[in-house]
Write a protein that binds this ligand. Structure first.
Ligand SMILES: NC(=O)c1ccc[n+]([C@@H]2O[C@H](COP(=O)([O-])OP(=O)(O)OC[C@H]3O[C@@H](n4cnc5c(N)ncnc54)[C@H](O)[C@@H]3O)[C@@H](O)[C@H]2O)c1
Ligand SMILES: O=c1ccn([C@@H]2O[C@H](COP(=O)(O)OP(=O)(O)O[C@H]3O[C@H](CO)[C@@H](O)[C@H](O)[C@H]3O)[C@@H](O)[C@H]2O)c(=O)[nH]1
Length: 328
């Protein structure tokens, strides 16, 4: 039987596909390449199309014996979501709704879903636990919370079991340097910083230095994409084993300010990396740091590449060898 990976040509999806294949799983990938790259799919059977194209999805489900779904397919940029909320509701909420309808139709009852730290909004306390208040400060977080709620009701009504993984900030790249992060436009901090030593921009902009943090810049919890891929496989195996739904945070439990991330990138690349401070970016909470205690305890997940140095080193290894990303 196969695992259907929706959004498997994207950054996190493509790394998870590799990890699934390494563990001997059969993998089918659905991606419309709106932000993904077919070159990022090194293995598995790729179908190019939209989750909401009913005939296309029928073909995928009929041609393959699907056991479970891992769903990465979404729009995921906080600032874009503030400007284009309807696009986010359409692709993220309606898109997952279409997928769940197909799962129901074909009797598939296991899904691992990409949720996000953005569902918490401004946290009441740090580190953030799964049962803390959820009050998103942007439409992106709202759409992911709406899907989590939809999953809960689909479990109750149709017995579709889910694990929602609320990731914090994902970065890094495949350790052998074959694939990495290539978002267009790029908005994520670490790849943007690395564009300076690559000669693609002359400076990095710090969005706000008047937050209530130690140096005034936002704090985030960075997790390596390989550790995240491993968590997906553990979540899948949990569904296979006990067939119950749950939610897990995924981060390293340590926060770094934007300025600290730039400093580590300076050390890793040996480049001075010029930075300038600008206005705050709309929708950004000051501080997001995960408690991943629940997944560590229940699924024995242990992040193996958890230093910011290693996260940035592997990202740098990918970017310096692929300065144009997946475009040659
Ligand atoms: N990158 C992060 O730091 C981060 C953090 C928390 C959560 N997430 C979530 O993880 C998931 C993956 O993030 P990513 O950084 O790999 O993003 P990505 O944009 O690289 O990957 C998403 C993939 O889904 C595909 N896709 C989007 N809509 C689709 C549709 N309707 N039909 C078919 N394919 C579609 C895209 O083409 C792309 O390949 C997203 O759901 C995102 O919200 C990401
Ligand atoms: O040029 C830049 C880009 C970002 N930042 C700051 O760096 C931090 C991290 O920003 P970014 O890398 O864009 O990630 P987030 O906005 O924190 O969002 C990521 O992390 C969330 C979970 O925490 C996920 O839900 C999102 O999908 C994912 O994009 C934020 O404080 C930004 O304000 C800058 O100062 N300058």
């Amino acid at each position: 039987m196969s695992i259907l990976v929706c959004g498997g040509a994207g950054f996190i999806g493509s790394h998870t596909v590799l990890e699934l294949i390494n563990r001997g799983e059969e993998v089918v990938i659905v991606d419309n390449l709106i932000t993904g790259h077919k070159e990022a799919v090194l293995s598995g059977k790729l179908y190019i199309g939209n989750l909401c194209d009913s005939e296309f999805m029928d073909k995928v489900f009929k041609e393959n014996n699907i056991e479970a779904v891992i769903d990465f397919a979404a729009f995921s940029l906080v600032s874009e979501s503030v400007k284009q909320p309807l696009d986010y509701y359409e692709n993220n909420v309606y898109g997952t709704l279409c997928l769940l309808k197909k799962m129901k139709e074909y009797g598939i009852n296991k899904i691992v879903f990409s949720s996000t730290a953005a569902i918490y909004g401004e946290p009441e306390s740090i580190p953030i636990k799964e049962d803390d208040r959820t009050l998103p400060t942007n439409p992106y977080g709202e759409t992911k919370l709406a899907v989590e709620r939809m999953l809960k009701w689909c479990d109750k009504a149709y017995g579709i079991k889910y694990v929602a993984l609320r990731y914090f900030n994902v970065a890094g790249a495949d350790l052998s340097g074959r694939i990495g992060e290539d978002h267009r436009p790029e908005t994520h901090l670490i790849p943007l910083i690395l564009q300076v030593p690559l000669g693609k921009r002359d400076k990095v902009t710090i969005f706000g230095d008047d937050y209530p943090t130690k140096d005034g810049t936002c704090i985030r919890d960075y997790i390596h994409v390989i550790d995240l891929a491993d968590a997906h496989i553990r979540a899948l195996n949990k569904l296979r084993k006990d067939n119950t739904s749950t939610i897990y945070n995924l981060g390293n439990g340590e926060g770094f300010t934007v300025k600290e991330v730039i400093d580590v990138a300076r050390k890793v690349t040996g480049h001075p990396i010029t930075s300038v401070v600008a206005e705050r970016r709309e929708g950004d909470p000051a501080k997001l740091v995960a408690s991943s205690e629940k997944i560590i305890r229940e699924l024995k997940w242990i992040p193996k590449h958890n230093t910011l140095e290693e996260i940035i080193e592997t990202a740098w290894n990918w970017h310096k060898n692929h300065p144009n990303g997946f475009l040659h």
